[in-house]
Ligand binder design. Structure first.
Ligand code: SD4
Length: 343
């Protein structure tokens, strides 16, 4: 089968021919690992050094990605990760996280409240239960049983202010069964009060010195989401996927769209077919767009990926996405990947 025909079947090439791809093979590895990538520069600049400290001392990728995620969850000022982040439309901060190691083992929590480190609860789900995903009160009870402290239910000052502004502008008054009435359901805003896009999950993928891959993803999800809403971040295959034979990928942006195309799994599967991580991320964006072609005004998606050889790359739907890469020759560098659409 010709490459072009293969790409058409994979769902992308009919929209953008290969020749329009720019130079996807920019980032050839000089050495294999260790290597760590995180979504967004503002997150990665803080989180990557935590991962690097472990990787550079011959530590395991799974410990590195967990440490990086925890550093963000500890940041009370962060809009979009951890308990200081923006709440749902009823004023509650609810957290999603997932983690996956080189053995294909994985764990996740969704709609978790009052726990500071959802990523570590996700790891405990992976290591101490026969399950993959625990949600809501059950996840909270499990965390408690594992010795995670329950934090006071209070919003950070910045989240409180942003929420008050959002309530004012949206004139929202909680109402029983409001979600039954389509006309009364407010859209999740694309932009935050600060002017930032309404997303800032951190996804981290790492290759350690032993050549093993792992990944982690943690978020408060979309600000002012419906209560109970869960995004892609805790869904293995959507927000995160690791196959130690092939590569690792994670996503950020509008989770509903990523779930619809099993985005991170798709990126890994494109790498399995031999595509460079940059190409794999691009084809996943194309596939996502082919599923929801009419929504592009309102969504942004970014994928980052590493393959088993230590090659890495990223792609986004729109400009504005960036990521941080750390390797011995690249100390926490910020990269701006290409995007499918120009605005
Ligand atoms: C979600 N993907 O809950 C997350 C949000 C996000 O960057 O990525 N923000 O849909």
């Amino acid at each position: 089968m010709k490459r072009r025909e293969l790409l058409r079947l994979l769902g992308g090439a009919s929209i953008f021919p290969l020749s329009a791809m720019g130079n996807p093979l920019d980032f050839k590895p000089k050495n294999k690992g260790p290597l760590v990538l995180s979504t967004w520069h503002n997150q990665g600049q803080i989180a990557n050094p935590f991962a690097w400290e472990i990787l550079n001392n011959n530590g395991m990728a799974i410990d590195a990605v967990e440490a990086a995620a925890r550093s963000m969850e500890s940041d009370w000022e962060n809009c979009c990760v951890g308990l200081g982040a923006n709440p749902d439309r009823d004023g509650f901060v609810t957290l999603d996280a997932s983690i996956m190691n080189h053995l294909g083992q994985c764990g996740a929590v969704a709609f978790l409240e009052d726990i500071k480190h959802p990523i570590s609860v996700a790891r405990a789900v992976m290591e101490k239960t026969p399950h993959v995903l625990l949600a809501g009160e059950g996840a909270r009870q499990f965390a408690l049983s594992q010795g995670f402290p329950i934090e006071e239910k209070k919003r950070s000052a910045h989240a409180d202010k942003a929420y008050a502004n959002w309530l004012r502008r949206s004139e929202y008054s909680p109402e029983i069964n409001i979600e039954q009435n389509k006309h009364k359901v407010m859209p999740v805003p694309d932009m935050l009060e600060s002017g930032e896009h309404n997303h800032d999950t951190i996804g981290i993928i790492a290759l350690d010195a032993q050549g093993n891959l792992s990944g982690a993803c943690t978020t408060s999800g979309m600000a002012y989401k419906m209560r109970g809403r869960v995004g892609d971040s805790p869904i293995i295959g959507a927000g995160l996927y690791v196959d130690n034979e092939i590569g690792a990928a994670t996503s950020t942006g509008n989770g509903e769209e990523v779930i619809r195309c099993s985005g991170s799994f798709l990126v890994v599967e494109y790498m399995r077919l031999g595509f460079h991580p940059t190409e794999a991320c691009k084809y996943a964006c194309q596939r996502l767009l082919s599923i929801t072609p009419n929504k592009t005004d309102n969504i942004q998606i970014g994928f980052i990926a590493i393959n088993k050889n230590g090659e890495y790359g990223a792609y986004s739907l729109k400009p504005g996405f960036d990521y941080t890469v750390s390797r011995s020759d690249l100390p926490h560098e910020i990269r701006k990947p290409s995007s499918l659409l120009q605005k």
